[in-house]
Design a protein around this ligand. Structure first.
Ligand code: MN
Length: 257
């Protein structure tokens, strides 16, 4: 039985079989006034099953060098979170359209953690057990809109939560392999290295991030967490090819179009 399942049972229709129950109830048996929205999901390395996505949480300023390059400082006692909608996830290496309303689209390569179970008010010791798998993703950012939001004290939604703002790789089950402090996270654009770090440079560890989120939200199976980006964020242009890697765990290649 794969980690994260409680009964080994598969959920969903034959067309999109999922390892855990999809995060949102389906409209099966009901008549809806508009076509029901598609249920976002990610492929799983070594499996035909999909991982259904419920929510996407992100932590900011989780690598000190990146916080410095943004002119911010790290507050270890107060992790900073924001969210993206589940349907912002781009899966299966699909092309990423250059978004509207920006002239400064930035890449932020990040380890992505997928939760197979949930909980509230967890300790870091309890929180680690929620992890079902790992991937690598890009927290795409409209940096010009973020700068405007910061200057005005406005929320970050328009900078972070736009359509196609979260390309994510296929997931590696934690039952198969887990990263450690020496695991390398990197991003190349058009064959040139842009960002590289070891996970040991994270300010808040994965169990600490999950525990902190669980004190703010009831976490559930299907939740994804972007765990922060190292230094080296920079602009992407139409035609750029990105190659993101969580060494030995997951890889994401794609193109901005
Ligand atoms: Mn980020």
């Amino acid at each position: 039985m794969l980690a994260g399942t409680t009964d080994g049972e598969l959920h969903g229709s034959d067309a999109t079989r999922c390892l855990i129950a999809p995060g949102f109830a389906t409209l099966a048996g009901m008549t809806s006034i508009i076509p029901p929205p598609a249920s976002p999901s990610l492929p799983i390395i070594g499996s035909d099953l999909r991982f259904p996505i419920r929510r996407v949480f992100c932590i900011g300023r989780n690598y000190a060098e990146h916080a410095r390059e943004m002119g911010a400082s790290v507050d270890k006692s107060a992790p900073m979170f924001f969210c993206k909608p589940a349907d912002a996830v781009v899966s299966d290496g699909a092309d990423v359209p250059y978004p509207q309303a920006t002239a400064d689209l930035h890449h932020e390569v990040e380890m992505v953690v997928a939760l197979g179970s949930g909980g509230s008010d967890l300790t870091p010791e309890q929180a680690g057990a929620l992890v079902w798998g790992y991937g690598v993703g890009l927290d795409l950012t409209r940096r010009d809109l973020q700068a405007q939001a910061k200057a005005k004290g406005h929320p970050w939604d328009v900078a972070k939560a736009f359509d196609h703002s979260a390309p994510v790789s296929a997931l590696r089950p934690a039952s198969e392999r887990t990263p450690d402090a020496a695991t390398v996270l990197r991003l190349s654009v058009n064959g040139q290295l842009r960002q590289q770090t070891r996970l040991g440079e994270m300010v808040h560890s994965v169990p600490e991030i999950i525990a902190a989120l669980s004190r703010l939200f009831a976490l559930k199976p299907g939740d994804l967490i972007f765990t922060g980006t190292p230094a080296g964020v920079a602009a992407l242009q139409r035609g750029d090819r990105f190659d993101a890697e969580l060494e030995g765990m997951a890889r994401l290649q794609g193109k901005i179009v």
